[in-house]
Structure formats: C-alpha cells, structure tokens
Design a protein around this ligand. Structure first.
Ligand SMILES: O=P(O)(O)OC[C@H]1O[C@H](OP(=O)(O)OP(=O)(O)O)[C@H](O)[C@@H]1O
Length: 203
C-alpha cells in the first residue's frame, strides 16, 4: 500500500466483498481498530485520530519464489541458532495457512523434516472463540517437536491458538518463525519468537 487512501480503498473493497473486520484486519496485516478507523474515514473523513498501527505489505517477497526461498533460509538459520541455544531439536515444521505455508514448506525441506499445515480460525467466528485445525492431508504433529511458521504476528492471537492446539495434539512447540513481529515479542506462550524484523514504537 503506497498511502492511506489506498489502504482505505482496499478496506472498503474487502468489506463490500463480504469480509468482516477481523478478516479485513488479517488481510491488511493491521489491527481491528485500524480497520474500523479506515472504514469510518471512508464514510465521514478523519474525525478520530488514527490508531497507532503499522500496515505490513510483504508482497515484494511473496510474489517471488526465489526471494521466498532466501527469506525461508534466513528464518531457518535463526531458528537453528535458537534451538541450539536451548539444546533442542525439531522434527516437524507447521505452516499457518495461508501465508505461512510457502516458507514452512521450504524450511521443512531445508531441515529434512516433516511438514504440517494449520488452518487458522475463521475471523468471522473469532468472537465464539473457535480455534483452527491441523489439515489431515499433511504431517501429523503428535509426538513431534514443532517449529511454527507464519508471515506476521499482529495481535499474536493466531500463534497463541496454534501453540495451544499443538500442545493439545500431543506435540511440543519449540520455536516460532515469522518475517515480521509487530509485537516485538521474545516469546509467545513461552515459545521463542524468531523474526527477521521486530517492530517497536518509540512514541
Ligand atoms: O497475530 P494475529 O493478529 O493473529 O494476525 C496474524 C495472522 O493474520 C494473517 O492471517 P490470515 O488469517 O489473514 O490468513 P492469510 O495467511 O491467508 O493472510 C497472518 O498471515 C497471520 O496468520
């Protein structure tokens, strides 16, 4: 997104396509408050100040499998360093659908371990606290030490859910790998976060 007007236009377009606030927030990698503000501004102009948030667009990486491979290798390197420190090994990589899946596939290949896909919960049902599920078409996480891979941590709720479901499935999450962590987290639910970029506000 080049500017705020484009972001507003995209939010309005997604809403008219039937997406609800949580889904638009995930799609634009911004908070729900920011989506509410964008939609409000589209109707009445800027009455309230914009929430403190950062819109993330990593399509310059996502559009190229070549670039994705290098980014995946960089993440893989960070995760190996983190596992080394805690003297742990991984035997499964979990990709969070949709955006975490290409990198998770490449990391699993790089490490020579199994691969699993987690479908995040549907944001539309978020308020009912529905959780995501592991796809049965890929590896099964039971008994495995898992690396969890996604593109962005925004509120952290997706990763928190994956960790919970991973533990419930009888496996052990040992590391998280993401391109960008908007929460600047050291850990999420006790699991170390490895991100290429951590964002921290100074205001
Ligand atoms: O930290 P959170 O607030 O939970 O947000 C981060 C999640 O939101 C996006 O997923 P989305 O559901 O939009 O799926 P996508 O990968 O298909 O974009 C993103 O890929 C993360 O999985």
């Amino acid at each position: 997104m080049k500017n705020i007007e484009e972001l507003i236009q995209k939010a309005v377009e997604l809403q008219s396509n039937g997406l609800v606030t949580g889904q638009i927030a995930n799609e634009l990698n911004v908070s729900r408050d920011t989506v509410t503000w964008l939609l409000m501004r589209s109707k009445r102009g800027a009455e309230a100040p914009a929430p403190k948030d950062i819109s993330v667009n990593w399509s310059a990486i996502g559009k190229s499998s070549f670039r994705l491979r290098y980014i995946s290798q960089a993440l893989c390197d960070m995760v190996l360093e983190s596992l080394d420190k805690s003297d742990q090994r991984a035997d499964m990589v979990v990709g969070i659908g949709l955006s975490g899946v290409p990198m998770a596939t490449m990391i699993a290949e790089e490490l020579g371990v199994e691969f699993s896909i987690f479908h995040g919960y549907d944001s539309q049902k978020e308020r009912n606290k529905n959780t995501g599920i592991f796809s049965r078409n890929f590896g099964h996480v039971k008994g495995k030490n898992c690396i969890i891979v996604d593109d962005v941590v925004s509120s952290g709720s997706t990763i928190t859910d994956v960790i919970e479901q991973t533990k419930k499935s009888g496996s052990n999450p040992v590391a998280i790998a993401v391109i960008i962590d908007k929460k600047n987290s050291e850990t999420i639910s006790g699991v170390p976060v490895n991100s290429l970029i951590k964002l921290a506000r100074v205001d």
